[in-house]
Design a protein around this ligand. Structure first.
Ligand SMILES: Nc1ncnc2c1ncn2[C@@H]1O[C@H](COP(=O)(O)OP(=O)(O)O)[C@@H](O)[C@H]1O
Ligand SMILES: [Mg+2]
Length: 232
């Protein structure tokens, strides 16, 4: 479904993504794991069109989308759920959700109901300001906003960051459920335990390069991964 071919993305002269190739099949849940600064966010932003790669090609559903802008990519079904959530804290929960629907206004009501059914706590708080929600609720809202855009592929960037372990675990189960229901998912995480528990496959990224890839189970049992990311 998604295929990255030798992608390189620069900030000025600094090459943050160095010739990354990876693929995601329709229906897969694929983890991208790496330390702070490894290039995970740059990679996600390159996939969704917020950064232009200097080198390489991005194929989505057999179409070359490398030159498409971010809005065109959302219309094709690629939705980015950003690191740090990037909500509008001074806007109501319901208005934040509507912001996610700008490419498919016709489905707004239907998707709104679906999101509130998935996250009943947001239904109770739909008239509250987003900034007044707890961290976990804000992440639910960020996920909900992504779902408002009719995604085929959702790129989650560190959804568990800053959340209590039990809340993080719950959110992972929601992401797993979305995948079970047919959404293709790329999940960026520093929490390797959580990510590899629900993923089918994973890529390990260091200094802008993929250094290891494989089935989630094999990665969990890999000695290098254990040492570097799983605390021994
Ligand atoms: N806007 C930017 N300008 C310059 N350098 C950046 C910018 N954003 C990220 N970087 C650098 O690119 C590298 C990768 O960053 P990032 O993709 O945010 O990593 P990660 O998401 O894995 O923590 C880091 O060295 C970071 O300092
Ligand atoms: Mg990041």
């Amino acid at each position: 479904m998604l295929s990255l071919e030798n992608l390189s993305t620069f900030y000025g002269n600094f090459e943050a993504i160095k010739g990354i190739s990876m693929s995601v099949e329709q229906g897969e849940l694929v983890a991208v794991i790496g330390a702070n600064g490894a290039g995970k966010t740059t990679l996600m932003r390159t996939i969704c069109g917020l950064h232009k790669p200097k080198i390489g090609r991005i194929m989505f559903a057999d179409i070359d989308i490398t030159s498409l802008g971010p809005v065109e990519r959302v219309k094709k079904g690629i939705v980015y759920c950003p690191e740090g959530r990037m909500l509008f804290p001074e806007m109501k929960v319901s208005d934040n959700l509507e912001m996610g629907a700008y490419t498919c206004i016709d489905d707004l009501k239907k998707n709104f109901d679906k999101v509130l059914a998935l996250f009943p706590v947001l239904k109770d708080r739909k008239n509250q300001l987003a900034g007044s929600l707890s961290g976990g609720e804000q992440q639910m809202l960020a996920i909900g906003r992504s779902l408002m855009g009719n995604p085929k592929l959702i790129l989650f960037d560190e959804p568990s960051t800053g959340l209590a372990p039990i809340i993080a675990e719950e959110l992972m189960q929601v992401i797993k459920q979305l995948n079970d229901e047919g959404k293709t998912v790329v999940l960026v995480e520093q929490n390797v335990h959580l990510a590899l528990e629900i993923s089918q496959r994973g890529y390990i990224i260091e200094n802008g390069k993929i250094v290891l890839e494989g089935d989630a189970l094999a990665l969990r049992e890999n000695e290098e991964v254990k040492r570097a990311y799983l605390g021994g």
